[in-house]
Design a protein around this ligand. Structure first.
Ligand SMILES: Nc1ncnc2c1ncn2[C@@H]1O[C@H](COP(=O)(O)OP(=O)(O)O)[C@@H](O)[C@H]1O
Ligand SMILES: [Mg+2]
Length: 324
């Protein structure tokens, strides 16, 4: 028992999704390669990557729609094997990028249709709960064809909720939605999370991943990085301090060289950027050194990088690597 308890940091024994060295090829084309990660129960897990990165193929593989070429996985506690397909499908839902609703049927009729396909019990009760969850009760009798794209997306989400999934795969759920509809879908995801649903969300939208996700994996055929959004930033970027002064320093090297935490400094049009080992330790020492050198400080603070910086940096590296 003791040995089992000593799992590495960050490893959850109770994982909603475990993926180990998973690969999917279509003939010669590799959709994703040697991908490994875990998603904990109750987590909102972001799967971020540019077009063609392999996100949809990963979701389709984990959703048992296509078989992997190599590697293994566990989904909702069940091994991803052909014979377990229907057991896995009963515990998960997959909302594809295009909702694929019957536009000539009403919202309720669409949901009835899919509840029938899934052979669910208590269809009226399930439909009622799903419509309440996505705030669509008052549109139950509307034809899907008469609904806006945002509302159709909500119907698709209601459909995905019919079987009370433990793990919900959402493939680019806000793609093509306007900002208001996007915000509504974000709010719905947040409320599903409150209810303890594990959410696997693919997106190419950085701010979406940053806003909604507990952890984010960046995929570009291979998994490039994984962690909490702030960890990704810290991993990729050295930390730095931005300094703005009333007047540039006469001898910057003398000042910055006296602060042991400063590794490198460079002058910018408005001041200086200093790469430091620990901004919290460096900032007060630096402030004293600057004041001691007679400088008038306008501002001194840590520079913050958005996840977008991290993402673009990674994708750029890949593009450069490919063009070599
Ligand atoms: N059924 C398929 N047959 C052949 N190639 C495919 C198929 N599905 C996806 N691919 C290829 O796999 C790669 C990843 O695609 P996809 O998973 O759709 O990426 P994403 O969802 O990240 O945009 C792409 O190069 C795509 O052309
Ligand atoms: Mg896709």
């Amino acid at each position: 028992m003791e040995a089992r308890r000593s799992v590495p940091d960050g490893t959850r024994r109770e994982s909603a999704v475990v993926v180990e060295h998973l690969t999917k090829r279509f003939g010669d084309r590799v959709a994703f390669n040697d991908v490994s990660f875990e998603v904990g129960y109750g987590e909102v897990f972001g799967f971020l990557g540019p077009n063609g990165a392999g996100k949809t193929t990963t979701v389709r593989t984990l959703g048992t729609l296509i078989a992997p070429s190599a590697g293994s996985a566990t989904v909702a506690g069940i091994r991803l094997l052909e014979e377990n397909g229907s057991a896995i499908r009963s515990r998960i839902s997959l909302m594809p990028e295009s909702p694929g609703l019957y536009l000539r049927l009403t919202v309720t009729e669409n949901l009835q249709c899919f509840a029938g396909l899934y052979e669910l019990d208590d269809v009226p009760g399930r439909i009622g709960r799903a419509l309440r969850a996505v705030n669509l009760e008052n549109r139950a009798g509307d034809l899907c064809g008469s609904l806006s794209k945002g509302l159709r997306q909500r119907v698709a989400l209601a459909r995905a909720l019919l079987n009370d999934p433990t793990v919900l795969f959402l493939d680019e759920p806000t793609s093509g939605l306007d900002p208001v509809a996007t915000r509504e879908v974000h709010d719905l995801i947040a409320s599903l999370r409150e209810q303890g649903v594990t959410i696997f969300l693919t997106t190419h939208r950085l701010e979406e991943a940053e806003r909604l996700c507990d952890r984010v994996a960046i995929l570009n055929t291979t998994l490039r990085m994984i962690g909490r959004p702030e960890e990704l930033r810290a991993q990729l970027f050295r930390r730095s301090l931005d300094v703005r002064l009333q007047v540039p320093l006469g001898n910057p090297e003398a000042v910055f060289g006296s602060v042991s935490d400063v590794e490198v400094w460079e002058q910018t049009p408005s001041g200086y950027i200093l790469t430091v080992t620990d901004p919290d330790r460096a900032a007060p020492v630096l402030a004293r050194a600057l004041v001691g050198a007679g400088a008038d400080i306008i501002s001194l603070g840590e520079s913050h990088h958005s996840l977008e910086d991290v993402y673009l940096e990674l994708i750029d590296e890949d593009v450069e690597a490919r063009s070599r």
